[in-house]
Design a protein around this ligand. Structure first.
Ligand code: ZN
Ligand code: ZN
Length: 298
């Protein structure tokens, strides 16, 4: 059966854009760039992802962001949590700091009118998967108790070192034990591939999504980080590549047009320069739109 899918019919697609870079850019700069790219989704860090300290967002700034995001037709806004936090760590001081940082991310996302916070789960550092998962669950329960409507998306990991979240079963256990509708999953294609989940062909995509469905449930897949991978299947190495130019290649197109993901937002985290030029996001967004529009089986 060959069925054309209209790319314009509600494809929620965008990129991770920076709020930094030049005086006066800030939050409005990211929204302006999203608009220029024709994006309907946006992901941002609300502060530097590699330091604990965060500047507060004032009320006027948050209101301006909410107004401009809705005026430019953004249908999905995600806040990516800082990289430093580790909810699986056996180190109590780091754990407490991580829970507090994630609570803050939820509150900032709420103020900005974002739909969700995306977070990595962290690494158990030798204490074992079971203990790591239990720490993550307890941490998330505390975070949710301090938050309101914003969703919390747990990102699939590349499975490197002792990180939690490379196996669908780990994610499933966490989602199940937390048992809160606000908690769902961000499926990062580069991470999943690096963790050993094949996505290189239409058949591989189908099999991987089926396994995800059996373990976690596709209804919990609420965001895709759409990235090609610089390294091979099961490499455990997290390096993103431009769409169609990495080790996953054209299989990503099958994922983009998979009927089960029709209503799921896609956000690119691909490199910002391509062949020495800075218009990489536009090129990758076009690749994704073409993938969505192309006919099945072609
Ligand atoms: Zn991430
Ligand atoms: Zn990554």
């Amino acid at each position: 059966m060959r069925r054309a899918i209209d790319g314009a019919s509600g494809f929620v697609l965008g990129a991770h854009l920076s709020i930094a870079g030049g005086p006066g850019r800030g939050f409005p700069g990211a929204v302006d760039e999203a608009r220029a790219l024709g994006a309907t989704a946006l992901q941002i860090f609300t502060r530097s992802p590699s330091v604990w300290r965060a500047r507060t967002i004032d009320t006027a700034e948050a209101a301006a962001f909410r107004a401009s995001a809705s005026a430019c037709g953004l249908r999905f806004v995600a806040v990516h949590a800082i990289y430093l936090l580790n909810l699986a760590t056996p180190d109590d001081a780091l754990y407490e700091r991580s829970v507090a940082a994630l609570v803050l991310e939820m509150q900032r996302a709420e103020a900005l009118g974002a739909d969700c916070v995306v977070t990595h789960l962290g690494a158990h550092r030798g204490s074992g998967v079971e203990k790591g998962v239990a720490r993550v669950v307890a941490g998330i329960v505390r975070v949710l108790a301090a938050a309101r409507r914003v969703g919390l998306l747990l990102e699939t990991s590349a499975g490197s070192g002792t990180t939690v979240g490379g196996r669908f079963g780990e994610i499933a256990t966490i989602v199940e034990r937390v048992a809160d509708e606000r908690v769902a999953v961000c499926f990062d294609t580069c991470h999943a591939f690096a963790a050993g989940h094949d996505l290189r062909t239409a058949r591989a995509v189908e099999a991987t999504l089926r396994r995800f469905d059996r373990a976690v449930g596709l209804e919990r897949l609420r965001l895709v980080h759409l990235n090609d991978a610089a390294h091979g299947l099961g490499s455990r190495r997290d390096r993103h590549e431009h769409l169609g130019r990495g080790a996953i290649g054209s299989g990503l197109a099958s994922l983009v047009r998979h009927p089960a993901l029709e209503r799921v937002p896609f956000i690119l985290e691909t490199p910002k320069t391509l062949d020495g030029r800075r218009a990489a996001d536009a090129v990758n967004l076009r690749w994704a739109r073409n993938a969505r529009r192309s006919e099945e089986g072609s």
